[in-house]
Design a protein around this ligand. Structure first.
Ligand code: ZN
Length: 350
């Protein structure tokens, strides 16, 4: 199959072809949709296009495959050395760490080694992860470095029909292409509104430490307001309000439950809020890599992202993404919240 054989996926195909034409293909994609076989077909077609001996070209750049040359035929037969698939195995249908990094129980080729080997046929190597939502956390961690910085002559494609099951660290390293199925990621509108103000502060002309503490102050104020509001809502729902004459023991139990519920809800909302910041920092990084603008998470916040992008190197932009992820991880433990946020914000390169 060539790209012309996916009429239902015109939008996604057009986007890929534009990237090919401009020589701006990303190093990692997440193809999402309803039909895993179709996603595999798209991945295979991209692999063929990158390696085809007689491709259809626009302005010198290959934008579709011929589907009949020796390389295209070998891709179709599953017999092309520069294309490699990993799939869930075993009864549990999991993608395991041994499929990514070499271990005792590994198959003959593992993904990390494959990506780092030179292309056999001189074209581009393509590594495909089928049902990437089935990667367990160890597998994800063992693959993250490769996903972040694969060699220049390789492309990694993750396929999934369950994008919401994929860890954020993995998702944020890939360009997502929706090929059918539900649309992109949804963020709470109130968090996005906050993000607009917050990133405007981040993008303001560089000023010293004081400005950074102003940013921190804004974040802490927002979190405090969030906690107050959810405390009010959950307290109103608690039986404590309705049964003021209940036994003291019961009242005590309800109080404990309420405290726990408030804490859990606060942590959830805080993580969601910081996730919007994480995805905006990812937008900055994507811009640095020259990704197509329609693939960013917050197109409305383009000006601020561009301002910050212009001040950073690609390595710094990626480091920012890691910093915010580490801050999120740290906050999941019982760490002192203001301190963790302060350290995280001070580490950001802006
Ligand atoms: Zn061909």
């Amino acid at each position: 199959m060539a790209f012309t054989d996916f009429p239902a996926q015109q939008q996604g195909v057009a986007l890929l072809q534009r990237s090919l034409e401009r020589g701006r293909l990303a190093h990692a994609y997440l193809f999402t949709g309803d039909d895993l076989q179709e996603l595999e077909g798209m991945a295979r077609t991209l692999a063929k296009t990158l390696n085809c001996q007689n491709p259809r070209r626009i302005g010198g750049a290959a934008v579709d495959c011929c589907d009949v040359c020796s390389r295209c035929l070998r891709v179709n037969d599953g017999n092309f050395p520069d294309l490699f698939f990993v799939r869930p195995e075993s009864k549990l249908r999991l993608l395991k760490i041994g499929q990514f990094t070499r271990r005792e129980d590994s198959p003959p080729i593992v993904m990390n080694d494959f990506i780092h080997m030179k292309p056999y046929e001189g074209g581009r190597k393509v590594g495909v992860i089928v049902e990437a939502d089935r990667m367990n956390e160890n597998a994800c961690n063992s693959f993250l470095k490769t996903l972040e910085e694969p060699p220049a002559n390789s492309v990694i494609i993750l396929l999934t029909t369950q994008p919401q099951q994929i860890l954020d660290t993995i998702q944020s390293r890939c360009l997502r292409l929706n090929l059918g199925g539900t649309g992109g990621r949804k963020f709470a509108p109130e968090h996005v509104a906050w993000l607009a103000d917050f990133t405007a502060l981040l993008a303001a002309p560089k000023a010293g430490l004081l400005a950074r503490y102003r940013v921190l102050g804004q974040l802490l104020a927002r979190l405090a307001a969030m906690k107050e509001s959810l405390t009010e809502t959950l307290t109103a729902r608690s039986p404590l309000q309705r049964y003021a004459d209940a036994e003291p023991k019961l009242q005590e139990k309800w109080e404990d439950e309420l405290t726990a519920a408030i804490e859990a809800e606060y942590r959830r909302q805080r993580a969601d809020l910081l996730l919007t910041l994480q995805w905006w920092l990812r937008d900055v990084w994507l811009r640095k890599l020259g990704a197509e603008p329609e693939l960013v998470a917050f197109p409305d916040l383009t000006p601020t992202a561009e301002t910050v992008c212009a001040r950073l190197s690609p390595a710094e932009a990626l480091e920012n993404l890691r910093v915010i992820e580490q801050t999120q991880l740290l906050l999941r433990t019982n760490v002192n919240e203001p301190l963790a946020l302060e350290v995280g914000l001070l580490k950001l390169r802006l």
